[in-house]
Design a binder for this molecule. Structure first.
Ligand SMILES: [Zn+2]
Length: 160
């Protein structure tokens, strides 16, 4: 299976001005951060980590968009906070490593990032409520590099 790091130009899981926002971190608002972030320059390409089918492609947060892809055995990944430019439509099939968007502009002085959520289980329809089965978030993952290593085994040689 061909596998790709989703943001080849990523800089960090830490913002230059914010505390790290790993999976499950509490926001200042009190809401739980339901994903993890890879910071990268604005307009950096965002790639599908493997082949899959687009479950949902729509607006997301602060004027950005999200693409949610069913990657089969690897589960479902939401790629959030990307720009609308070039994102695949709901229902379309993507190839491994296909560009599915660009890092979007959140405004408000926030550093651009890819917000990633991972759900185990198969995707059977529109993700209107990610808390319901078969979508379940993997809350044991603490940061993006751990999450991606566990999914992709690109760097962790013990991971098969
Ligand atoms: Zn995030």
């Amino acid at each position: 299976m061909n596998k790709f790091w989703p943001v080849p130009e990523w800089i960090s899981t830490y913002s230059y001005k914010q505390t790290p926002r790993s999976f499950g971190a509490k926001r200042a608002s009190g809401r739980t951060h339901a994903g993890c972030d890879l910071y990268a320059p604005l307009d950096s390409p965002v790639l599908a980590i493997t082949a899959g089918r687009v479950v949902e492609s729509r607006d997301f947060y602060l004027g950005t968009f999200q693409v949610t892809i069913d990657h089969g055995a690897l589960g479902v990944v939401r790629y959030g906070e990307i720009s609308h430019d070039g994102i695949p439509k709901t229902g379309s099939v993507v190839e491994a490593g296909q560009q599915i968007g660009k890092i979007g502009n959140l405004g408000k002085g926030l550093h651009p990032m890819l917000h990633i959520e991972h759900f185990s289980g198969a995707a059977t329809g529109a993700m209107t409520n990610p808390r319901n089965p078969p979508y379940s978030r993997r809350s044991d993952l603490q940061d993006c590099t751990k999450l991606l290593d566990s999914l992709l085994c690109l760097r962790d040689t013990s991971c098969k």
